[in-house]
Write a protein that binds this ligand. Structure first.
Ligand code: AHM
Ligand code: MG
Length: 335
Protein backbone atom coordinates (compact mmCIF):
# COMPACT_ATOMS: atom_id res chain seq x y z
CA UNK A 1 0.00 0.00 0.00
CA UNK A 2 1.36 3.43 -0.82
CA UNK A 3 0.11 6.96 -0.38
CA UNK A 4 1.22 10.07 -2.13
CA UNK A 5 1.53 12.59 0.65
CA UNK A 6 3.39 12.48 3.93
CA UNK A 7 1.44 12.25 7.14
CA UNK A 8 1.94 14.91 9.73
CA UNK A 9 2.77 14.17 13.33
CA UNK A 10 -0.40 14.19 15.37
CA UNK A 11 -2.48 12.41 12.73
CA UNK A 12 -4.76 9.96 14.50
CA UNK A 13 -4.36 6.27 13.78
CA UNK A 14 -7.95 6.24 12.61
CA UNK A 15 -7.29 8.92 10.03
CA UNK A 16 -4.09 7.21 8.93
CA UNK A 17 -5.98 3.95 8.39
CA UNK A 18 -8.76 5.76 6.54
CA UNK A 19 -6.42 7.62 4.21
CA UNK A 20 -4.11 4.71 3.44
CA UNK A 21 -6.92 2.28 2.70
CA UNK A 22 -8.98 4.85 0.79
CA UNK A 23 -6.12 5.11 -1.69
CA UNK A 24 -7.09 1.56 -2.68
CA UNK A 25 -10.50 1.63 -4.29
CA UNK A 26 -10.52 -2.18 -4.44
CA UNK A 27 -10.25 -2.32 -0.63
CA UNK A 28 -13.26 -3.96 1.01
CA UNK A 29 -12.75 -2.22 4.34
CA UNK A 30 -11.71 -5.45 6.04
CA UNK A 31 -8.10 -4.39 6.45
CA UNK A 32 -9.13 -1.04 7.93
CA UNK A 33 -11.48 -2.76 10.36
CA UNK A 34 -8.79 -5.24 11.30
CA UNK A 35 -6.36 -2.45 12.21
CA UNK A 36 -9.04 -0.59 14.14
CA UNK A 37 -9.76 -3.71 16.18
CA UNK A 38 -6.04 -4.20 16.80
CA UNK A 39 -5.93 -0.63 18.09
CA UNK A 40 -8.90 -1.31 20.38
CA UNK A 41 -7.33 -4.47 21.81
CA UNK A 42 -4.00 -2.68 22.27
CA UNK A 43 -5.68 0.13 24.21
CA UNK A 44 -7.48 -2.39 26.42
CA UNK A 45 -4.27 -4.32 27.13
CA UNK A 46 -2.40 -1.08 27.76
CA UNK A 47 -4.97 -0.04 30.34
CA UNK A 48 -4.77 -3.44 32.05
CA UNK A 49 -0.96 -3.44 32.03
CA UNK A 50 -0.99 -0.09 33.80
CA UNK A 51 -3.20 -1.50 36.53
CA UNK A 52 -1.41 -4.84 36.72
CA UNK A 53 0.33 -4.24 40.04
CA UNK A 54 -2.94 -3.53 41.77
CA UNK A 55 -4.86 -6.25 39.97
CA UNK A 56 -2.05 -8.71 40.67
CA UNK A 57 -2.06 -7.96 44.40
CA UNK A 58 -5.76 -8.56 44.64
CA UNK A 59 -5.61 -11.53 42.33
CA UNK A 60 -2.78 -13.35 44.04
CA UNK A 61 -5.16 -14.79 46.62
CA UNK A 62 -7.52 -16.02 43.94
CA UNK A 63 -9.96 -13.26 44.89
CA UNK A 64 -12.12 -11.30 42.53
CA UNK A 65 -10.96 -7.76 41.80
CA UNK A 66 -12.76 -4.50 42.43
CA UNK A 67 -14.75 -4.75 39.21
CA UNK A 68 -15.97 -8.17 40.28
CA UNK A 69 -14.02 -9.95 37.53
CA UNK A 70 -11.79 -12.85 38.27
CA UNK A 71 -8.25 -11.56 37.86
CA UNK A 72 -6.65 -13.14 34.86
CA UNK A 73 -2.99 -13.40 34.20
CA UNK A 74 -1.96 -10.58 31.91
CA UNK A 75 -0.85 -12.81 29.07
CA UNK A 76 -4.14 -14.68 29.09
CA UNK A 77 -5.96 -11.38 29.22
CA UNK A 78 -4.04 -10.08 26.20
CA UNK A 79 -4.65 -13.29 24.28
CA UNK A 80 -8.38 -13.23 24.95
CA UNK A 81 -8.69 -9.51 24.29
CA UNK A 82 -7.13 -9.68 20.84
CA UNK A 83 -9.19 -12.73 19.91
CA UNK A 84 -12.42 -11.13 21.15
CA UNK A 85 -11.70 -7.93 19.24
CA UNK A 86 -11.00 -9.82 16.04
CA UNK A 87 -13.39 -12.77 15.97
CA UNK A 88 -16.69 -11.04 15.14
CA UNK A 89 -16.29 -8.33 12.45
CA UNK A 90 -15.75 -10.79 9.61
CA UNK A 91 -12.18 -9.78 8.91
CA UNK A 92 -10.09 -12.72 10.11
CA UNK A 93 -10.11 -16.34 9.00
CA UNK A 94 -7.74 -17.63 11.68
CA UNK A 95 -5.68 -16.45 14.61
CA UNK A 96 -2.45 -18.17 15.58
CA UNK A 97 -1.23 -17.24 19.05
CA UNK A 98 1.76 -18.10 21.16
CA UNK A 99 -0.68 -18.77 23.98
CA UNK A 100 -2.75 -21.36 22.10
CA UNK A 101 -1.54 -24.75 21.05
CA UNK A 102 -3.89 -24.78 18.06
CA UNK A 103 -5.17 -22.03 15.76
CA UNK A 104 -8.32 -20.19 16.69
CA UNK A 105 -11.04 -19.91 14.04
CA UNK A 106 -13.93 -17.45 14.41
CA UNK A 107 -17.06 -19.26 15.65
CA UNK A 108 -19.51 -20.28 12.91
CA UNK A 109 -21.96 -17.50 13.75
CA UNK A 110 -19.42 -14.96 12.46
CA UNK A 111 -18.22 -14.56 8.90
CA UNK A 112 -14.78 -15.95 8.16
CA UNK A 113 -12.89 -12.98 6.73
CA UNK A 114 -9.91 -12.40 4.51
CA UNK A 115 -6.94 -12.22 6.90
CA UNK A 116 -4.86 -14.52 9.06
CA UNK A 117 -3.56 -12.92 12.25
CA UNK A 118 -0.47 -14.40 13.94
CA UNK A 119 0.43 -12.95 17.33
CA UNK A 120 2.48 -13.09 20.44
CA UNK A 121 -0.14 -11.37 22.59
CA UNK A 122 2.24 -10.49 25.41
CA UNK A 123 5.91 -10.79 24.58
CA UNK A 124 8.51 -10.56 27.32
CA UNK A 125 6.36 -12.33 29.87
CA UNK A 126 9.24 -12.73 32.30
CA UNK A 127 9.18 -8.92 32.59
CA UNK A 128 5.55 -8.76 33.69
CA UNK A 129 6.24 -9.30 37.38
CA UNK A 130 8.84 -6.54 37.50
CA UNK A 131 6.86 -3.88 35.58
CA UNK A 132 9.40 -3.76 32.75
CA UNK A 133 8.42 -3.18 29.13
CA UNK A 134 6.39 -5.87 27.40
CA UNK A 135 4.50 -5.87 24.12
CA UNK A 136 2.32 -7.50 21.48
CA UNK A 137 3.77 -8.61 18.14
CA UNK A 138 1.68 -9.50 15.09
CA UNK A 139 1.87 -10.49 11.43
CA UNK A 140 -1.03 -10.34 9.00
CA UNK A 141 -1.37 -12.64 5.99
CA UNK A 142 -4.08 -12.78 3.34
CA UNK A 143 -5.71 -16.22 3.40
CA UNK A 144 -5.26 -18.62 0.49
CA UNK A 145 -8.62 -20.38 0.78
CA UNK A 146 -11.85 -18.63 -0.28
CA UNK A 147 -13.42 -16.16 2.12
CA UNK A 148 -16.50 -17.39 3.94
CA UNK A 149 -15.16 -20.96 4.17
CA UNK A 150 -13.37 -22.39 7.17
CA UNK A 151 -9.66 -21.67 6.97
CA UNK A 152 -7.02 -24.32 7.62
CA UNK A 153 -3.34 -24.76 8.40
CA UNK A 154 -2.48 -24.07 4.80
CA UNK A 155 -3.67 -20.48 5.31
CA UNK A 156 -1.44 -20.05 8.35
CA UNK A 157 1.82 -21.86 7.59
CA UNK A 158 3.35 -19.47 5.11
CA UNK A 159 6.46 -17.87 3.78
CA UNK A 160 7.41 -14.58 5.42
CA UNK A 161 7.16 -13.03 1.95
CA UNK A 162 3.37 -13.52 2.13
CA UNK A 163 3.02 -11.05 5.00
CA UNK A 164 0.89 -8.06 4.01
CA UNK A 165 1.36 -6.08 7.22
CA UNK A 166 3.05 -6.45 10.58
CA UNK A 167 3.33 -4.48 13.75
CA UNK A 168 3.87 -4.40 17.44
CA UNK A 169 2.70 -2.53 20.48
CA UNK A 170 4.99 -1.76 23.38
CA UNK A 171 3.56 -1.19 26.82
CA UNK A 172 6.35 0.79 28.42
CA UNK A 173 6.61 4.22 29.96
CA UNK A 174 4.25 5.04 27.10
CA UNK A 175 2.24 2.79 24.79
CA UNK A 176 3.45 2.84 21.20
CA UNK A 177 2.01 1.03 18.18
CA UNK A 178 4.38 0.53 15.27
CA UNK A 179 2.98 -0.64 11.98
CA UNK A 180 4.36 -1.57 8.57
CA UNK A 181 1.67 -2.03 5.97
CA UNK A 182 3.49 -1.44 2.71
CA UNK A 183 3.82 2.33 3.12
CA UNK A 184 6.88 2.45 5.34
CA UNK A 185 7.02 2.04 9.08
CA UNK A 186 5.07 4.40 11.32
CA UNK A 187 4.85 4.72 15.09
CA UNK A 188 1.81 5.96 17.00
CA UNK A 189 1.79 6.91 20.67
CA UNK A 190 -1.29 6.42 22.80
CA UNK A 191 -2.67 9.51 24.49
CA UNK A 192 -4.34 7.80 27.44
CA UNK A 193 -6.53 10.83 28.15
CA UNK A 194 -8.02 10.81 24.68
CA UNK A 195 -7.86 7.04 24.24
CA UNK A 196 -6.45 7.35 20.73
CA UNK A 197 -3.11 6.67 19.07
CA UNK A 198 -1.44 9.69 17.42
CA UNK A 199 1.31 9.53 14.82
CA UNK A 200 4.53 10.29 16.70
CA UNK A 201 7.19 8.54 14.61
CA UNK A 202 6.38 9.02 10.92
CA UNK A 203 8.37 7.02 8.40
CA UNK A 204 10.83 5.29 10.71
CA UNK A 205 14.12 4.36 9.08
CA UNK A 206 16.77 2.46 10.95
CA UNK A 207 19.52 4.77 12.11
CA UNK A 208 22.32 4.49 9.52
CA UNK A 209 24.84 2.93 11.85
CA UNK A 210 24.63 0.51 14.72
CA UNK A 211 26.44 0.89 18.01
CA UNK A 212 24.21 -1.25 20.23
CA UNK A 213 24.20 -5.01 20.42
CA UNK A 214 21.52 -6.94 22.27
CA UNK A 215 22.12 -10.54 23.22
CA UNK A 216 21.81 -12.59 26.39
CA UNK A 217 25.50 -12.93 27.20
CA UNK A 218 24.68 -15.34 30.01
CA UNK A 219 24.57 -18.05 27.34
CA UNK A 220 27.90 -17.11 25.74
CA UNK A 221 29.51 -20.44 26.63
CA UNK A 222 27.04 -22.29 24.44
CA UNK A 223 27.15 -20.03 21.36
CA UNK A 224 28.89 -20.90 18.15
CA UNK A 225 32.52 -19.89 18.88
CA UNK A 226 32.53 -17.69 15.77
CA UNK A 227 29.70 -15.63 17.22
CA UNK A 228 31.48 -15.37 20.54
CA UNK A 229 34.52 -14.06 18.76
CA UNK A 230 32.46 -11.56 16.78
CA UNK A 231 30.87 -10.14 19.93
CA UNK A 232 34.28 -9.97 21.61
CA UNK A 233 35.47 -8.08 18.53
CA UNK A 234 32.76 -5.43 18.98
CA UNK A 235 33.65 -5.02 22.62
CA UNK A 236 37.35 -4.61 22.04
CA UNK A 237 37.02 -2.49 18.89
CA UNK A 238 37.04 0.82 20.73
CA UNK A 239 34.21 1.91 18.42
CA UNK A 240 31.84 2.74 21.22
CA UNK A 241 29.65 -0.40 21.17
CA UNK A 242 27.13 -0.66 23.98
CA UNK A 243 25.28 -3.71 25.27
CA UNK A 244 21.56 -3.30 25.93
CA UNK A 245 19.31 -6.26 26.74
CA UNK A 246 15.88 -5.86 28.28
CA UNK A 247 14.87 -9.46 27.71
CA UNK A 248 11.71 -8.39 25.91
CA UNK A 249 12.26 -8.92 22.21
CA UNK A 250 9.75 -6.27 21.28
CA UNK A 251 11.36 -3.65 23.52
CA UNK A 252 14.91 -4.54 22.49
CA UNK A 253 13.87 -4.40 18.85
CA UNK A 254 12.10 -1.06 19.25
CA UNK A 255 15.10 0.59 20.86
CA UNK A 256 17.43 -0.72 18.16
CA UNK A 257 15.02 0.34 15.43
CA UNK A 258 15.06 3.92 16.67
CA UNK A 259 18.71 4.14 17.67
CA UNK A 260 20.44 1.63 15.41
CA UNK A 261 21.61 -1.76 16.59
CA UNK A 262 21.56 -5.50 16.21
CA UNK A 263 19.53 -7.96 18.27
CA UNK A 264 20.75 -11.54 18.37
CA UNK A 265 19.07 -14.68 19.69
CA UNK A 266 21.28 -17.44 18.35
CA UNK A 267 21.05 -21.19 18.55
CA UNK A 268 22.44 -22.51 21.82
CA UNK A 269 23.39 -26.04 22.79
CA UNK A 270 20.12 -26.58 24.62
CA UNK A 271 18.01 -24.75 21.97
CA UNK A 272 19.46 -25.60 18.58
CA UNK A 273 16.74 -23.54 16.90
CA UNK A 274 17.06 -20.62 19.29
CA UNK A 275 14.13 -19.61 21.47
CA UNK A 276 12.08 -17.20 19.42
CA UNK A 277 9.10 -18.23 17.32
CA UNK A 278 9.14 -17.83 13.60
CA UNK A 279 5.54 -16.97 12.73
CA UNK A 280 4.67 -14.42 15.34
CA UNK A 281 8.00 -13.08 16.64
CA UNK A 282 10.74 -13.35 14.03
CA UNK A 283 8.69 -12.89 10.84
CA UNK A 284 6.71 -9.77 11.82
CA UNK A 285 9.80 -8.02 13.16
CA UNK A 286 11.78 -9.06 10.07
CA UNK A 287 9.04 -7.52 7.90
CA UNK A 288 9.28 -4.27 9.87
CA UNK A 289 13.10 -4.30 9.85
CA UNK A 290 13.22 -4.71 6.06
CA UNK A 291 10.60 -2.00 5.58
CA UNK A 292 12.77 0.34 7.68
CA UNK A 293 15.90 -0.41 5.67
CA UNK A 294 17.30 -3.14 7.91
CA UNK A 295 17.60 -6.90 7.67
CA UNK A 296 16.89 -10.12 9.55
CA UNK A 297 18.27 -13.62 9.10
CA UNK A 298 18.40 -16.93 10.94
CA UNK A 299 22.17 -16.89 10.46
CA UNK A 300 21.86 -18.36 6.98
CA UNK A 301 18.83 -17.01 5.14
CA UNK A 302 16.62 -13.95 5.37
CA UNK A 303 13.86 -14.70 7.89
CA UNK A 304 11.23 -13.63 5.35
CA UNK A 305 12.45 -16.28 2.89
CA UNK A 306 11.70 -19.03 5.40
CA UNK A 307 8.51 -21.04 5.19
CA UNK A 308 6.73 -21.90 8.43
CA UNK A 309 6.02 -25.61 8.70
CA UNK A 310 4.68 -25.65 12.25
CA UNK A 311 2.70 -23.15 14.28
CA UNK A 312 5.18 -22.77 17.12
CA UNK A 313 8.37 -23.35 15.15
CA UNK A 314 11.47 -21.60 16.47
CA UNK A 315 14.28 -19.89 14.58
CA UNK A 316 17.54 -18.20 15.52
CA UNK A 317 17.19 -14.45 14.94
CA UNK A 318 19.72 -11.79 13.93
CA UNK A 319 17.93 -8.54 13.23
CA UNK A 320 18.73 -4.86 12.85
CA UNK A 321 21.13 -2.81 10.77
CA UNK A 322 21.99 -4.42 7.46
CA UNK A 323 25.74 -4.29 7.75
CA UNK A 324 25.91 -6.05 11.10
CA UNK A 325 23.25 -8.62 10.18
CA UNK A 326 25.16 -9.37 6.96
CA UNK A 327 28.44 -9.73 8.87
CA UNK A 328 26.99 -12.24 11.36
CA UNK A 329 25.22 -14.14 8.59
CA UNK A 330 28.36 -14.44 6.53
CA UNK A 331 30.25 -15.67 9.52
CA UNK A 332 27.69 -18.28 10.53
CA UNK A 333 27.05 -19.47 6.97
CA UNK A 334 30.62 -20.57 6.51
CA UNK A 335 30.99 -24.34 6.74
P1 AHM B 1 8.04 -14.94 25.69
O1 AHM B 1 7.33 -14.79 24.39
O2 AHM B 1 7.59 -16.13 26.48
O3 AHM B 1 8.02 -13.71 26.50
O4 AHM B 1 9.60 -15.28 25.38
C1 AHM B 1 10.29 -14.54 24.44
C2 AHM B 1 11.24 -13.59 25.12
C3 AHM B 1 11.66 -12.48 24.20
O5 AHM B 1 10.85 -11.37 24.40
C4 AHM B 1 13.07 -12.20 24.66
O6 AHM B 1 13.85 -11.66 23.62
C5 AHM B 1 13.56 -13.54 25.05
O7 AHM B 1 12.42 -14.29 25.42
C6 AHM B 1 14.50 -13.48 26.21
O8 AHM B 1 14.96 -14.77 26.48
P2 AHM B 1 16.19 -15.05 27.44
O9 AHM B 1 15.66 -14.80 28.81
O10 AHM B 1 16.54 -16.47 27.18
O11 AHM B 1 17.29 -14.10 27.06
MG1 MG C 1 7.43 -13.70 22.92
Amino acid sequence: MTFDHPFEEGTTLDRFIFETTQAHPEATGQFATLLQQVSLAARMVSSRVNRAGLAGMLGATGEVNVQGEFVQKLDEYANNTFKKALEHPGVVAAIASEEDERPFYPPDRFRSGRYVFCMDPLDGSSNIDVNATIGTIFAIFRRRSPEGTRAGMDDILRSGRDIVAAGYVIYGSGTVLVIAAGSGVHGFTLDPNVGEFFLSHPDIRLAPSARTYSINEGYAASWDPRLRQWIEGLKSSGDGWKARYIGSLVADFHRNLLKGGIFLYPATRSSPQGKLRLLYEAMPLAFIAEAAGGAATDGHRPILDLEATALHQRAPLFIGNREEVAAVTELLSQP
